[in-house]
Each structure stands twice: as structure tokens, then as C-alpha cells.
Design a protein around this ligand. Structure first.
Ligand code: ADP
Ligand code: MG
Length: 361
């Protein structure tokens, strides 16, 4: 086995559980392979605890069982290290790290900045790209500028910041029709709601904006786009970008919100691949956006498509879920790949981000 791969997972965001599910799926897929079939060796599992923000390193050994993950992550009695301390240790081991920390600090440029400062090898990527991608408002403006003729549009969006949170109703009224209220840079569709019309729901609307502003510096009020959700993933290596099959997500209320994400019975996900015009358009849009923004190893792009086949960009996820039921895993399977194949490809063929020198000589 030529490659040694380690994983950092858990994290301090509301997407902690998703990170544990991704790791569990990866490790159980790995353990399901006969030892001689395993294409890389797992070196360390680094758990970033949401309770105390410390990193604890698990030994991965030849008789590792999946139940050990739960035992280890719930044991905070063992000494932990701060993230910079751990990254210093990782630097000296020269290992390849797969970053499975979604959401705040893991996906938004926080952990990527530290990894770049320590010169770590892995899937972290460029901190500036991570920050841009995680900022839904900035990313939508970026995408709109790539499609000046409107082949991919962005929903009409208004920003709400703390300083003008007393004008929520006025702002909402300026976006006609049903609206969506959501955080600018949190994930999992938490605090994401649709309102038929701002009138009559004023207090509910202000309440959700207040709650968003406790966790995010900006809330978005967006025009509701009717239609199905579509998602398209990509894998970027140093030699090529692979666009994965497109998944269509149908829901009863045309809204893939938190409830629909928690209960698989509330959505119907299907692969829409060959000979489908919308799928072809989404794939070429994904290729263009991924290359323009500088997606580093993987990305999953969320869109809405109306009944008139208009495409609206919603967001991009640089650390998409990799659990057994995740949309990205479904895309991979249809491409004939497992999460283990994906990790091997990233570790062997993607380039690690290297910070450029800061001083101009
Ligand atoms: N402007 C919108 N119009 C219609 N549905 C939306 C809109 N914004 C978000 N949604 C729904 O909410 C879901 C979550 O929103 P998204 O922007 O992808 O953020 P996240 O997935 O990070 O919560 C989308 O998949 C979509 O179903
Ligand atoms: Mg989304």
C-alpha cells in the first residue's frame, strides 16, 4: 500500500453529526474491503470535539471496528490538543489529510487558513476560495457575472445585517411574492424557511432573522424559485475535472429544507443523466463555475430549475456529505465509484494547496 491517509472530522459547527456520518461511511467501506484490496492505509483519525474544541487522535489499527468510533468520540477524558498544536504534529508526520469538517470553521476558510500556514498536505484547498464559496451572497454574484446572458441566474436577494434588522419587513416586501429566509453562510438548511408572503407573518419573519443573526453575520431574504432542486458534483484533480451525474430532488413543497433533509421519506432523489437537456446544461454550468472559482478537490453545486427550464444557482458545498445516504455518494455510485475510490483519487492525483510567498522581493 503506497498511500497513507488520515482524516480530520467532527468540528464545532452545527453540521457535526453529518461529519461523523461521513467518516463512519468511509471507514466502514474501508473495513469492508479485504486488507489486500485496500488501496491506501489509514494512518490517523483526528476528532475535533464540539464540546471543548480540542483534537484527539485515535489509533487506527489492524483490528479496528466501526463501533470504536463512537467510543472514542464520546470519551473526552483523554488529553486533547489545540488545533494549531495538532497541525504542528501533522506537519512533522507529513501525512495526507482528508478534511471532513463541514460548516463554520471547517468549510469557510478557517481551518484552510491554518492548514495553509502549517503547509499541510490534503484536501483543504485555498482559504480564499473556501471563504468565497461559503458566502452564498458573494458566490451568487460571482456566478451571475459568469453568465451575463442569464443562462444561469441567481434569485433576487436582499441582505439583512444586524444594523438594519429593524427593517426586515420593509426589505421582505421589496422582494415580491413568496420568499425564502436563510443564513448567508451556515449549512444543513437550519433556520431556512419559506414564507408565502411577508404580510401577516411579520413577527415570525423577524424572529427567524433574529435567530439567524445570532449565528451568522448576515441573513438573506430571497425570492422563492418554484421547481425541483438539482445538484451536480465534481471531482477536481491536477489533470482533469470530472463532472458527476446530476441528481434531481423532488419534494412536496418544492423546498429541500431541514425537515426534508432529516427525513428521507420527504424527498425523492433520482439520477438524471444521459439525454437530458437540463442535466447537460447543469453539468456545463458546474464545469465553468468550478474552474472559475478554483474548486480544489470536490464540490457539489445546488440549483433550482423552474418548469420553464430556467436554471437558478443556489450554492456550492466544498465539503459535501459523504455518508451512505448523501447526494454526493449517490452521484459517485452512479459514476461507478465508491468513497474509497474517491479518496484514493484525491490523495494520489489532486494537488495540495501551497501558500504563495507573502513578500514580493
Ligand atoms: N430562493 C430559493 N427558492 C426556492 N427554494 C430555495 C431558495 N433558497 C433555498 N431554497 C431551498 O432551500 C434549500 C436549502 O438552501 P441552500 O441555499 O441550498 O442552502 P443550504 O443547503 O446550505 O441550507 C434548497 O435546496 C432549496 O430547496
Ligand atoms: Mg444546499
Amino acid at each position: 500500500m503506497s498511500f497513507q491517509v488520515s482524516f480530520i472530522f467532527g468540528g464545532i459547527s452545527s453540521e457535526y453529526d453529518g461529519s461523523i456520518s461521513s467518516l463512519t461511511h468511509i471507514i466502514s467501506s474501508y473495513l469492508a474491503l479485504a486488507p489486500t484490496e485496500r488501496p491506501f492505509s489509514v494512518k490517523h483519525l483526528y476528532h475535533l470535539s464540539r464540546d471543548d474544541g480540542l483534537v484527539r487522535t485515535f489509533p487506527f489499527h489492524s483490528t479496528f471496528t466501526i463501533s470504536e468510533i463512537q467510543t472514542y468520540i464520546s470519551d473526552t477524558s483523554r488529553p486533547g490538543r489545540t488545533l494549531p498544536d495538532s497541525f504542528d504534529g501533522i506537519r512533522s508526520c507529513n501525512e495526507y489529510i482528508v478534511n471532513l469538517l463541514p460548516g463554520q470553521f471547517g468549510e469557510d476558510g478557517g481551518v484552510q487558513t491554518l492548514a495553509a500556514l502549517f503547509g499541510l498536505k490534503g484536501t483543504f484547498g485555498d482559504p480564499q476560495v473556501a471563504s468565497l464559496v461559503m458566502n452564498k451572497y458573494a458566490m451568487s454574484s460571482f456566478v451571475s457575472s459568469l453568465f451575463p446572458t442569464g443562462t444561469v441566474k441567481s434569485p433576487k436577494t436582499k441582505l439583512v445585517k444586524q444594523s438594519y434588522s429593524d427593517k426586515v419587513i420593509q426589505i421582505a416586501n421589496s422582494v415580491e411574492g413568496p420568499i425564502v429566509v436563510k443564513p448567508n453562510s451556515l449549512g444543513s438548511s437550519l433556520l431556512t424557511e419559506v414564507f408565502e408572503s411577508p404580510s401577516g407573518v411579520g413577527s415570525e419573519l423577524c424572529n427567524i432573522v433574529d435567530r439567524i443573526l445570532k449565528y451568522d453575520s448576515t441573513a438573506l431574504i430571497q425570492k422563492f424559485i418554484p421547481g425541483d432542486d438539482y445538484s451536480c458534483g465534481c471531482i477536481v484533480t491536477s489533470s482533469r475535472t470530472t463532472i458527476l451525474p446530476v441528481v434531481r430532488i423532488e419534494t412536496e413543497r418544492d423546498f429541500f429544507g431541514h425537515a426534508e433533509k432529516e427525513d428521507s421519506k420527504l424527498s425523492n432523489k433520482t439520477i438524471v443523466d444521459r439525454d437530458d437537456v437540463v442535466s447537460d446544461r447543469l453539468k456545463s454550468a458546474t464545469r465553468l463555475i468550478a474552474s472559475a472559482v478554483g474548486i480544489h478537490s470536490i464540490g457539489r453545486f445546488d440549483f433550482k430549475v423552474t418548469s420553464a427550464s430556467e436554471i437558478y444557482f443556489l450554492e456550492c458545498n466544498c465539503i459535501p456529505g459523504l455518508s451512505q445516504d448523501s447526494i454526493f455518494t449517490k452521484m459517485l455510485l452512479h459514476e461507478g465509484m465508491t468513497v474509497i475510490d474517491l479518496i484514493l483519487l484525491m490523495a494520489s492525483h489532486s494537488y495540495s494547496f501551497i501558500r504563495k510567498p507573502h513578500l514580493i522581493e
